[in-house]
Design a binder for this molecule. Structure first.
Ligand code: PEP
Ligand code: MG
Length: 324
């Protein structure tokens, strides 16, 4: 079986009826790129930049950030590299930053909220990302979006950075894509409106599941309630995909659910354009896609969306898998 998987390394994730999706990997920094390439991913769908900030005793400078992003962009050699701006707060603290003690940190001052309150942090990161875009195919992604106002303010800051770099004569990709994570229900409900103002979406099912179900993703006591097959979560995913396509943009998924093999036929059937996961899951998801037929998966989606519990849905997918 390992052999069979390894043979897929240089193949694309293309279904029996010829539909190709991205098989991308998530990384935490340049040292993960080797594993990405070894496992045959055709892009990076999520580069979590938090580690750069967490493994330091002060804010990393523009140059330090630039070096890290550039290294990843260069080593991916023209394949897409989706780099997410700092997603600190929630469960991730910074020793050198005075993050307040909060009663509900996951609902608090985190991620882009911090960055928009301290625009110099975001601008430093944007400048580093723009500079790195001169060395590969870099895309910028914003976490924890809940409103178009946040998107517009971020875009205005990005434009400021572009103008600065132009004045300084520094090269960058003028058409760099700016996308958002879909990880709050507010974006899923209104996906089409967001799609009209950004270049791509990526569904963060770790947080989208947490926020849709009001179930803390890290609380062991309610771990059995934390289920992305819950029909409410699946409805949020489906709405996001439909909204993206109605707005003319592509949509990937970079939460853990993308690497859950039981989910592949329904995510593919809903029209997800790319799966981004830990590198070790890439070949398994490729193999799954290769054995699927898009039309059959669409019919499966129709059946499961009419079901009322996660257990029925999972049983229906298992039954479907037996027919492959
Ligand atoms: C997610 O929320 O699904 C996600 C990919 O981001 P993180 O796990 O870093 O919050
Ligand atoms: Mg998240």
């Amino acid at each position: 079986e390992k052999e069979e998987l390894r043979e897929l390394k240089d193949k694309t994730a293309t279904s029996k009826d010829g539909v190709t999706v991205g098989a991308w990997a998530n990384i935490g920094g340049p040292s993960d790129v080797e594993g990405v390439l070894r496992n045959g991913a055709d892009g990076i769908g999520l580069y979590r930049t938090e580690f750069l900030f967490m493994n330091s005793d002060k804010f990393p400078t523009e140059d330090q950030q630039f070096q890290a992003y550039k290294e990843v962009a260069e080593r991916m050699n023209g394949l897409p590299v989706t780099i997410r701006t700092m997603d600190i707060g929630g469960d991730k603290a910074l020793s050198y930053m005075d993050l307040p003690e909060e009663e509900n940190p996951f609902l608090g001052w985190r991620a882009l909220r911090v960055c928009l309150d301290r625009p110099e942090i975001l601008k430093t990161q944007f400048r580093a990302l723009l500079r790195a875009s001169g060395f590969g195919y870099v895309k910028i992604m914003l976490p924890m979006i809940i409103s178009l106002d946040e998107v517009r303010r971020s875009k205005a800051l990005l434009e400021e950075c572009k103008a600065e770099l132009k004045n300084e004569g520094i090269n960058f990709d003028e058409n760099i894509q700016l996308g958002i994570m879909v990880e709050t229900p507010s974006v899923a409900f209104r996906a089409k409106y967001f799609a009209e103002e950004v270049d791509f979406f990526s569904i963060g099912t770790n947080d989208l599941t947490q926020y849709t179900l009001a179930v803390d993703r890290g609380n062991e006591k309610i771990a059995d309630l934390y289920d992305s097959f819950n029909p409410g979560v699946l409805a949020a995913i489906k709405l996001s995909i439909e909204g993206a396509h109605a707005g003319g943009i592509s949509i990937s998924m970079c939460g853990e659910f993308a690497g859950d093999e039981l989910a592949t036929p329904i995510l593919f059937g809903m029209g997800l354009d790319a799966f981004s996961m830990s590198a070790i899951s890439v070949l398994g998801i490729k193999r799954n896609i290769i054995h699927l037929d898009k039309k059959e998966c669409e019919a499966l989606v129709e059946r499961v969306m009419a079901m009322s519990t996660a257990e029925e849905i999972k049983a229906e997918i298992r039954k479907f898998n037996e027919t492959l």
